[in-house]
Design a protein around this ligand. Structure first.
Ligand code: NCD
Ligand code: ZN
Length: 346
């Protein structure tokens, strides 16, 4: 008989965009309702490059939490060509920075001040390898000559493989893996290399971007790839292997910024993230490995204890909200208005 309830340790989200101001206030409750901790991305405007900026941002997040919520934001540093190794180490050692994020310049939303050439942050990366601080990579090259669907695979070949040859002990999280190439690379690397996988990349292939017309709410970076890649991601996520863990990459943008010429990249999946993962694991007959992926592998990689509390998912049909209001604006969640079979019990 199919099970209709699933209890697991409280999960964490190892890749999340919370934004700031009214947007932060509107989207944070969706994450805090279910996740114990989240790795908060630093691509604000201006970007979070300094320890002081991360501390101030952390305060704003804590202040925006709904009353009684038990949620711990884990802050990250935004690496630029000018990042000082001492600043990164100071932030890590004082417990402010949990990790540092590499955005290749112009690879994605708010990455204009990212790293123009990995050689420029050599000293920072050496220091991170020495102190055991994780490097979180947006794994796409920005070379306009490279096809957008190949940018992840080419990043591995041109940037990541040489980097790990040079610094074999560096802890690396390959964020939002979208290709079989990334899965195979991470699997073959040492235990210091892991990957996060999003609910949307487990759910859609690139066909979804063009289904019946152009679908801006299915657009994120790295862009969804062909079906064979989605299947490889599903295998990896549900395998229970310690290298693969939950990172939603929930990335809200106001509807007007998505539905326009040159619309923003980013999928807002927080309102149903755990429930969508549960659907995927259920479809793969792998509900037993959901806890490893969602609640155990991530903390183990980061050297943190797993959460003690438990959450329960029940087999109960519900609808993903059509919109989430943000002041006069609104954000459209991933799978807005669609029915899901698993629901978090309150
Ligand atoms: C993210 C955003 O909007 O900040 N967008 C996205 O498509 N995932 C940035 C990122 O993680 O690439
Ligand atoms: Zn992201």
């Amino acid at each position: 008989m199919a099970r209709d309830s699933l209890t697991l340790r409280r999960p964490d989200d190892w890749h999340l965009h919370l934004r700031d101001g009214a947007m932060l206030k509107a989207v944070l409750p969706f994450t805090a309702r279910v996740f114990g901790r989240a790795i908060v991305m630093p691509n604000l405007v201006p970007s979070v490059t300094r320890v002081s900026a991360a501390e101030a941002y952390r305060k704003r997040i804590l202040k925006a939490l709904p009353r009684g919520a038990q949620f711990k934001p884990l802050m990250t540093a935004y690496l630029t060509d000018a990042t000082a190794p001492d600043e990164i180490e100071r932030g890590f050692k004082s417990g402010v920075f949990a990790a540092a994020k590499l955005y290749p310049a112009h690879a994605t939303t708010n990455s204009a001040f990212g790293v123009t050439d990995i050689a420029r942050i050599d000293k920072v990366l050496e220091r991170m390898a020495r102190i055991g601080m994780p490097l979180l990579v947006h794994g796409e090259v920005t070379d306009p000559a490279v096809d957008v669907f190949d940018r992840e695979a080419v990043f591995i070949e041109r940037v990541l493989a040489p980097l790990l040859k040079r610094l074999p002990a560096l802890k690396v999280v390959f964020e939002h893996a979208t290709t079989r190439d990334a899965i195979e690379f991470v699997r073959a690397a040492g235990p210091n290399v892991a990957a996060t996988i999003t609910p949307h990349h487990l759910t859609i292939s690139r066909n979804a971007l063009f289904q019946g017309g152009l679908r801006p709410h299915m657009y994120c970076l790295p862009v969804a790839k062909r079906e064979a890649h989605r299947l490889a991601l599903r295998k990896a996520a549900t395998s229970g292997e310690a290298k693969f863990f939950l990172g939603t990459d929930s990335a809200p943008h106001p509807i007007a910024d998505k539905e326009k010429d040159c619309g923003c990249a980013g999928i807002f999946c927080a309102p149903a993230a755990l429930e969508i993962y549960a659907r995927v694991f259920d479809e793969e007959n792998a509900l037993d490995t959901l806890e490893a992926f969602a609640s155990v592998n991530g903390p183990r990689f980061y050297g943190l204890p797993p959460n003690d509390e438990r959450v329960t998912l029940k087999r109960k049909t519900w609808k993903v909200p059509a919109k989430v209001k943000v002041g006069a604006d609104a954000v459209k969640p991933f799978l807005a208005g669609e029915e899901l079979a698993w629901k978090l019990a309150r």
